[in-house]
Design a binder for this molecule. Structure first.
Ligand code: TXA
Ligand code: MG
Length: 336
C-alpha cells in the first residue's frame, strides 16, 4: 500500500499522489480518497470487477448501491438525467456535501463508458455527487470517469474521518491512501431523491435540510422507506443499525450507569459523570458544526476505552443536528 501525505506537501508530491491514484484506479485497484464529509473507498465506477472489490472489502450487502462521484456537472449529466431542479441544486451546492439521486441515463453516448450495474445495484436511479476536495476532484478529472465510493469503513461500522481510520478499517484492501487530514464536515452528504413528483430527503447530512428548502423554495418530503426491506431498495443504506461501535450506545441520557463512557454536547453534565470510564464532548459550546466534525472520531475514541456502553447527551436543534441525531440513532439501534 502506498500512502501519500497531502497536508504539507508541495506541488510535486501532490502530483505524484494524483498520478499514483489514477494509475491504481485505472488498473482496477481501490484507492482511499479524502472528501469534505468522510473518507471514501474508491474504484473506477465503470469497472465492474473493481466495484465488486469495494463490496468485498467492506463486507457490504450488494443490494446497497454506491454514490458515483463526479468532477463537474457535465460528467454528472453524462450518467444521470438532471431535471431543472436537479441542476439548480447542483449549481447551488456543488462541490459540496449533497448527493442527488436521479434517473440513470441509459444508452449514454458511445464515447462515454457506462457505469457498472453494481454501482446502482440494479436500480433505475443513480446517486451523483461532486465532492469538495481539490485532490479528489483532480483524480476524477484525470481518470476521466466517475469513481464509485462508499464511506471507507467496514459495513455497519463507524465512518472514517482520517487516513489512519481508513487504514485501521480496510488497510489490506487499499492500494493507495491519499491523506488530506481530518475530514472537515465529518458526517456524510445529504441525499435528495429527485426521481418522483416531489424532492425527498433520503438521508440528512452535511447540507442542512433548511438550506436546501430555502434554495428550492419548497419543503423536502421525508423518507418513508421501510429501512431494512431489501425488496424495496429505495435507500437501502438507510439500514437501521449502522455506524455501530463495539460498545452499546444509549441516547439522551440524564444519568450515567456504571461502566459507561460519556459523549457530551454543550455544557450538560449528567448524574454520575464522575464515575464515567471515559468522557469527551462533541462541542463544549454546543456548536453543531463542530459536533458533526468530531462525531465519528470521538465515537471511535470512546469505543477504544473498552466501556460496555457509550452514553450520549441530547443533541437538540436544527441544521447539522439532524444528521448527528440520525447517525447516533443508527449507532444505538439493535444490531443485526
Ligand atoms: O459523504 C458521502 O456521501 C460519502 C463520501 C465518501 O462521499 N459517501 C457515502 O457513501 O456516505 P455510502 O455508500 O456510505 O452511503 C451512500 C448511500 C447509501 O445509503 C445508499 O443506499 C444510498 O447512498 N444510495 C446510493 N445510490 C442510491 C440510489 N440510486 N437510490 C437510493 N439511495 C442510494
Ligand atoms: Mg457509509
Amino acid at each position: 500500500m502506498q500512502r501519500f501525505d497531502l497536508k504539507d506537501g508541495g506541488v510535486p508530491s501532490r502530483e505524484r499522489a494524483i498520478t499514483a491514484a489514477v494509475a491504481a484506479l485505472d488498473r482496477g485497484r481501490l484507492v482511499a480518497v479524502p472528501t469534505e464529509t468522510v473518507y471514501g473507498l474508491a474504484a473506477d465506477a465503470t469497472n465492474a470487477p473493481a466495484v465488486a472489490g469495494i463490496y468485498a472489502a467492506k463486507g457490504r450487502p450488494s443490494f446497497n448501491p454506491l454514490i458515483a462521484h463526479v468532477c463537474d456537472i457535465d460528467m454528472a449529466m453524462a450518467h444521470g438525467i438532471l431535471s431543472p431542479l436537479a441542476r439548480q441544486l447542483a449549481g447551488t451546492f456543488w462541490p459540496g456535501p449533497l448527493t442527488l439521486v436521479v434517473p440513470r441515463r441509459v444508452g449514454a453516448e458511445a464515447s462515454v463508458a457506462s457505469i457498472a450495474d453494481l454501482v446502482t445495484a440494479g436500480l433505475e436511479t443513480i446517486a451523483l455527487r461532486m465532492p469538495a476536495n481539490g485532490v479528489t476532484l483532480d483524480v476524477i478529472r484525470r481518470l476521466g470517469r466517475p469513481i464509485a465510493a462508499p464511506s471507507a469503513n467496514r459495513s455497519g461500522g463507524i465512518s472514517a474521518t482520517s487516513a489512519d481510520d481508513v487504514i485501521a478499517e480496510l488497510g489490506p484492501s487499499v492500494s493507495v491512501v491519499l491523506d488530506d487530514g481530518a475530514s472537515p464536515v465529518g458526517v456524510e452528504s445529504t441525499i435528495v431523491l429527485l426521481a418522483e413528483a416531489a424532492p425527498r430527503l433520503l438521508r440528512p447530512g452535511g447540507v442542512p435540510r433548511e438550506a436546501i428548502e430555502r434554495a428550492i423554495g419548497q419543503p423536502l418530503a421525508d423518507n418513508d422507506h421501510e429501512p431494512d426491506d431489501p425488496q424495496r431498495p429505495l435507500a437501502p443504506g438507510m439500514l437501521t443499525s449502522h455506524y455501530a461501535p463495539n460498545a452499546r450506545v444509549r441516547l439522551d441520557v440524564t444519568a450515567l450507569e456504571p461502566g459507561e463512557a460519556f459523549l457530551g454536547f454543550g455544557p450538560f453534565f449528567p448524574e454520575g459523570l464522575d464515575k464515567a470510564v471515559a468522557s469527551a464532548n462533541l462541542s463544549a459550546t454546543g456548536n453543531v458544526v463542530e459536533a458533526a466534525c468530531n462525531l465519528f472520531r470521538l465515537l471511535r475514541e470512546l469505543d477504544r476505552s473498552g466501556a460496555a456502553a457509550i452514553a450520549v447527551a441530547p443533541v437538540p436543534g436544527g441544521g447539522l443536528a439532524e444528521a448527528i441525531r440520525d447517525r447516533l440513532g443508527r449507532a444505538a439501534a439493535p444490531r443485526r
